[in-house]
Design a protein. Structure first.
Length: 368
């Protein structure tokens, strides 16, 4: 029976590719249905790795099935040895396509696993470093692409020793031509290694208009959403050559203000300072404070308030809105204490006192 079937197929060779394609189509649809069915039963925020596996393997696996089917048809229609030149071309092509499909699957798996893990962290309300996760995904991409490039070059019979020797000579010339690109790449690596900031934190470059919330850290530039709503793309090399302040890691904010009194209120200064320090001691959001007489100013008596405002628990980031509320409470509280002692708060302006003077009598006109 088997021999008769083989003879029938050999006589009607056109039947084999049609049957093979139909079987491939059925298998392909089954794989697609199976992966979709598994995805419907899984949740990305709970089944991180299984969801990533079925979400990333669907398209590459179905493509690999079609590639295998075409190779089976080719071997049946054109057995090895009949067309040596065609064999030399097709064999490396199939190997390269297999490498590309594997790389496609691995990269899809990395991105899906990254998104699922972030979703899982958010659903569980855990604290995580998104910058570190982003760095790991970029490193995985780089490693996969490098190994894939080496494997493809081996299939193409490219001598790696000669390529490395050429790369050493050409790398020097390319380095001079791409100094900015290399500097930005090293700046990005510095950000990931030192973790001077992470995604979601607020950064400021003193003396410039660069300030905002970090949204994305790329290989060349970092996307910062300015506090005015405008997106800024900061070259990574700038982080290695400029000072930067990470506002999201402030342990406290500083109040440095003067309360100015008239010179006529000099006798009340000691009482105001005593009551003011007692008022500040009762504030639970102050890490450190000083409220003392500072100097005899040109226009007023200056009382200095120097304080560090923190949140509860101590050491956490102090939002600007909460800081302004705390500063307002401190300044108005000290001003109320000064007013309760009968003092008058003055503005930093000059006051000119005019005194009445006796005018001389009119003199008679003189003759020329």
């Amino acid at each position: 029976m088997e021999q008769e079937l083989t003879e029938f197929i050999d006589k009607n060779i056109w039947i084999f590719p049609i049957v093979t394609l139909l079987i491939t189509l059925v298998i392909n649809r089954f794989v697609h249905w199976f992966c979709k069915n598994r995805l419907h039963r899984l949740q990305s925020s709970r089944h991180v790795w299984r969801y990533a596996l079925f979400a990333s393997i669907n398209a590459p696996l179905r493509t690999a099935i079609w590639l295998l089917s075409l190779e089976i048809i080719r071997q049946k229609m054109l057995p090895r040895g009949k067309q040596p030149l065609l064999d030399q071309f097709i064999s490396p092509t199939i190997d390269i396509l297999s490498i590309v499909l594997l790389v496609w699957f691995v990269l899809r798996f990395v991105e899906s696993a990254k998104a699922n893990y972030l979703s899982y962290i958010q659903s569980q309300q855990y604290e995580t470093d998104e910058t570190a996760i982003d760095a790991l995904s970029k490193v995985a991409w780089a490693c996969v692409l490098i190994f894939a490039a080496i494997a493809i070059m081996q299939q193409l019979n490219v001598p790696l020793a000669s390529l490395l020797a050429f790369g050493g000579a050409a790398g020097i010339a390319a380095g001079f031509a791409a100094q900015t690109l290399v500097a930005n790449l090293l700046g990005g690596l510095t950000i990931y290694a030192s973790r001077i900031f992470k995604i979601g934190e607020d950064i400021v470059f003193p003396g410039t208009d660069l300030a905002g919330t970090v949204q994305h850290i790329g290989w060349r530039a970092t996307k910062v959403l300015g506090w005015n709503g405008k997106p800024l793309y900061v070259p990574n090399a700038l982080f290695n050559s400029s000072n930067m302040v990470n506002h999201s890691r402030l342990s406290h904010r500083m109040v440095n203000e003067y309360i100015q009194l008239r010179y006529e209120d000099y006798d009340k200064v000691r009482d105001i300072i005593r009551d003011g320090n007692h008022f500040l001691e009762q504030q639970s959001n102050l890490k450190y404070f000083v409220f003392q007489f500072d100097s005899f100013g040109d226009r007023s008596l200056k009382l200095l308030l120097y304080a560090w405002v923190q949140t509860a628990p101590p050491g956490k980031f102090v939002p600007f809105a909460e800081f302004m509320k705390a500063k307002q409470a401190l300044m108005l509280g000290l001003a109320d204490i000064a007013l309760s002692h009968g003092c008058t708060l003055i503005l930093p302006v000059n006051t000119v006192h005019l005194h009445e003077m006796n005018t001389p009598p009119d003199l008679p006109p003189t003759r020329a």
